[in-house]
Write a protein that binds this ligand. Structure first.
Ligand code: MF3
Ligand code: CO
Length: 249
């Protein structure tokens, strides 16, 4: 698939989908507490998105069984919600995607439940900052590698590592469109960024190394060394200036 440039009508649909995703994540953040099962978060996400007239885009994607991804502590992405009970001190990543009027929104946040210590707080700050750095680098006339490099520099300057085996992506009518948006790379390299490109930028950071392993369910991705991970994601539109964030609350 070629790199899609969206027109104003398509962008309006993506704004709508993005807003819905942001609203669902904000409800989930407000609902999260120790003692709840991760499946309860999935139920809330599905109920909220359907009430807004959207559809959860992860459900059924390559056989994925839920509407939401819930990845706890050393889990990075693609955690399937289930019987696991969230405990005080857990670091919980929530990744949610929705489709409305044929267009997709995709976003993720990481939340600390109760007190997880200083290190976890620093990791989340660095992951959030890395996303912001990546977004700021997404400008028409620049290169894709500008985004990747901004994310990597920000994460590593704070003493963390970026996960290399999973990336951000183009997004539009499909959840995953070209190009891949790696979280490491060199500025000034890669395809040129053009006004109207819509990208899901999603740094995943670990306290330890960047190597990953996939769980027995063939979905959940964890750090190979068991270290803590965090994930933040926004869907954005490239413009001539600061990009427009479609999944902002
Ligand atoms: N936001 C993730 C991604 O960009 C979620 C997709 S996982 C699946 O790949 F659950 F939908 F499969
Ligand atoms: Co994504």
């Amino acid at each position: 698939m070629s790199i899609g440039i969206k027109n104003e009508r398509e962008l309006e649909a993506m704004r709508n989908a993005g807003r819905m995703v942001a609203r669902v994540l904000s409800v989930l953040k407000g609902s999260m507490r120790a003692g709840m099962k991760t499946s309860e978060l999935d139920e809330i996400a599905e109920r909220e998105i359907r009430a807004m007239g959207g559809r959860p885009s992860f459900k059924g994607y390559r056989g994925y069984p839920a509407s939401l991804c819930v990845s706890v502590n050393d889990e990075i992405v693609h955690g399937i919600p289930g019987k696991r009970v969230i405990e005080d001190g857990d670091v919980v990543s929530l990744d949610f995607g929705a489709i409305a009027e044929g267009f997709q929104g995709d976003a993720a946040i990481t939340v600390i439940v109760g007190d997880a210590g200083l290190r976890a707080g620093c990791l989340l700050d660095a992951a959030r900052e890395s996303l912001n750095a990546g977004i700021s680098a997404a400008r028409a006339g620049g290169r894709l590698g500008d985004i990747s490099s901004a994310i990597q520099c920000c994460a590593e300057s704070r003493g963390f590592n970026v996960i290399r085996e999973y990336t951000g992506h183009g997004i539009g009518r499909a959840m995953h469109e070209d190009p891949l948006v790696p979280n490491f790379g060199e500025c000034g390299t890669g395809p040129e960024l053009k006004k109207g490109m819509t990208l899901a930028i999603e740094p995943m950071l670990a306290v330890g190394g960047w190597r990953t392993k996939v769980g027995d369910d063939n979905w959940v991705v964890s750090t190979a060394d068991g270290s803590l991970a965090a994930h933040f994601e926004h869907t954005v539109v490239v413009t001539d200036g600061e990009p427009e964030i479609l999944t902002k609350g």
